[in-house]
Ligand binder design. Structure first.
Ligand code: NOJ
Length: 528
């Protein structure tokens, strides 16, 4: 049985502003990424996904695209992009781009034309509606960054819809011309050699045809972001979205071996519909359950089992632990459990996505109020929704600005960057960086991890144990989710030994019928 590259791969997400600055402006760029490809090889990831690099006024740091087929000068040029692809491919690394089809920037020529007049041929490329009888917005939909999702255009006397900022008007995917134009955008990058795309807010692409009001969310409190005040019943996840996704999939299939990944924040039973009928939708609808879960063995056992049970037959699983929109894993669970989390992510069944900097255990970075960059944090201050703390620069070494830049970076480094960086940690066999690399290498070398089945062995309030199995090859993973030592009675009849401890030691230690785990320890166990 042959497997697709993206089934056995580990994806590494790069937030390009923060990975490596090559031209001294304090902001990362494509040449910077290219200079760091050898690090990614050393780390042993297989693919990089790069968040948006297109020309943009940067109201939402590149998720407001003004031209889908060029590179923003901050990041480089099409030439630097081609060089990156060429060098990455020469090193057997795949490159996945962020595709942002739901909205454009207000500075995109399509929107500039659309807002010119009601008669403009591009008018219907966006979502324009008359005011409500009282002059207010056409319905109660809320922007994901707070406030109404409708902005009044005085020139043409209608409202336009934006699920995010007013500077990010939504495209009208019910219009076949929009579909055709965006398919051409996809082809532009696929021809240039990208190995796949991560589709931004895939579940948003189609809205209710009647634009009905969203119902209130009874669970909402004043401490929650405003977007959660309503249930997004009519503004997202409409049945027709699946035709749009399969349309994108068809475009990808004009090329060989490309992967379609979808960003979808929905409960599991709705998420799995995005694999599409006959698996002709997204190859990997991102599984974000680990971003929100309570960090306990029972919760995690339950969510793995629920996900495994919900997957369509032959639908390939995937797991995400952190990304540029959520708090980093070490900020959520603490530095000790961040190691357990790394072992979990890299031993589950399905494609893992690792967020840059998590391999260093970068935690929460405090952003002083006058340094806040994230538009969401600016629109809804005081709620803790700011995404800057998860987007701070990669820390490469002990030199000024941690080797990220020669200039003060656009966001601050962690206070402990002199110790928490690649140069220091790659020399330390007990570092989280070494652990992540060992896990990645082990995963590559053992098909039971990359391809094998997953089975729960035991779970109690403290310890989660599972097995990964491919034919006769069995690997056991035992994770202590607590800050206390735990004992685990191993239901294993064969001779086994420790292959990896999250502490970086105990390698080769044989295991008897009872296994002792230190506080916050995870163990990967193999046949002796
Ligand atoms: C999801 C992206 O991940 C996020 O960063 C962005 O703000 C919104 N989509 C809008 O594009």
């Amino acid at each position: 049985m042959t497997h697709k590259w993206w089934e056995t791969a580990t994806i590494y997400q790069i937030y390009p502003r923060s990975f490596q600055d090559s031209n001294g402006d304090g902001i990362g760029d494509l040449d910077g990424i290219r200079q760091r490809l050898d690090y990614l090889l050393w780390l042993s990831v297989d693919a990089i996904w790069i968040s948006p690099i297109y020309p943009s006024p940067m109201h939402d740091f590149g998720y407001d695209v003004a031209d889908f087929c060029r590179i923003d000068p901050i990041f480089g040029s099409l030439e630097s992009f081609d060089r990156l692809i060429e060098e990455a491919h020469a090193k057997q690394l795949k490159v996945i781009l962020d595709f942002v089809p739901n909205h454009t920037s207000i500075a995109h020529p399509w929107f500039e034309a659309s807002r010119q007049s009601r008669a403009d041929p591009k008018r219907d490329w966006y979502i324009w509606r008359d005011a409500a009888p009282d002059g207010g917005p056409p319905n109660n939909w809320i922007s994901n960054f707070g406030g109404s999702a409708w902005t009044w255009d005085a020139g043409t006397e209608q409202y336009y819809y934006h699920a995010y900022l007013a500077e990010q008007p939504d495209l009208n995917w019910r219009n076949p011309n929009v579909q055709a134009a965006m398919h051409e955008v996809l082809r532009f990058w696929l021809r240039r050699g990208v190995d796949g795309v991560r589709v931004d807010v895939m579940w948003h692409l189609i809205k209710d045809e009647k634009f009905r009001d969203n119902p209130p969310n009874p669970a909402w409190t004043k401490n929650d972001p405003e977007i959660d005040r309503l249930l997004q019943i009519y503004s997202t996840d409409q049945p027709e979205v699946h035709d749009v996704v399969s349309g994108m999939r068809k475009v990808l299939e004009e090329f060989e071996n490309r992967v379609l990944i979808g960003e979808i924040y929905l409960p599991v039973e709705k998420l799995v519909a995005y694999y599409g009928r006959n698996l002709k939708g997204a190859h990997l609808p991102f599984n974000f359950q680990l971003l929100n879960t309570a960090w306990t063995a029972p919760h995690i056992a339950d969510l793995i089992e629920t996900y495994e049970a919900a997957l369509p037959e032959r639908g390939w699983p995937n797991w995400v632990l952190s990304n540029h929109d959520r708090a980093r894993i070490a900020a959520r669970v603490g530095p000790e459990q961040a190691r357990v989390a790394a072992m979990l992510l890299l031993t589950l069944r399905g494609t893992p996505t690792l967020y840059y900097g998590d391999e260093l255990g970068i935690g929460h970075v405090e952003i002083a109020p006058n340094f806040v960059r994230d538009p969401w944090a600016k629109h809804e201050p005081g709620l803790g929704v700011g995404r800057d703390p998860a987007r701070t620069p990669m820390q490469w070494g002990a030199s000024a600005y941690a080797g990220f830049s020669k200039h003060e970076p656009w966001l601050p480094l962690t206070p402990d960057h002199e110790a928490r960086n690649v140069a220091v940690m790659s020399d330390d066999k007990t570092s989280i960086l070494f652990l992540v690399r060992s896990l990645l290498k082990f995963r590559r070398e053992h098909e039971s991890l990359s391809l094998g089945g997953w089975r729960l062995l035991s779970q109690n309030s403290d310890v989660l144990a599972y097995e990964r199995c491919n034919g006769n090859n069995r690997i056991f993973v035992v994770l202590n989710f607590t800050a206390n030592p735990q004992a685990w009675s191993a239901p294993i009849s064969t001779k086994v030994r420790i292959a990896i401890s999250t502490f970086g030691d105990r390698r080769g230690e044989p295991i008897g019928s009872t296994l002792s785990l230190r506080a916050n320890e995870g163990l990967l166990i193999e046949a002796a």
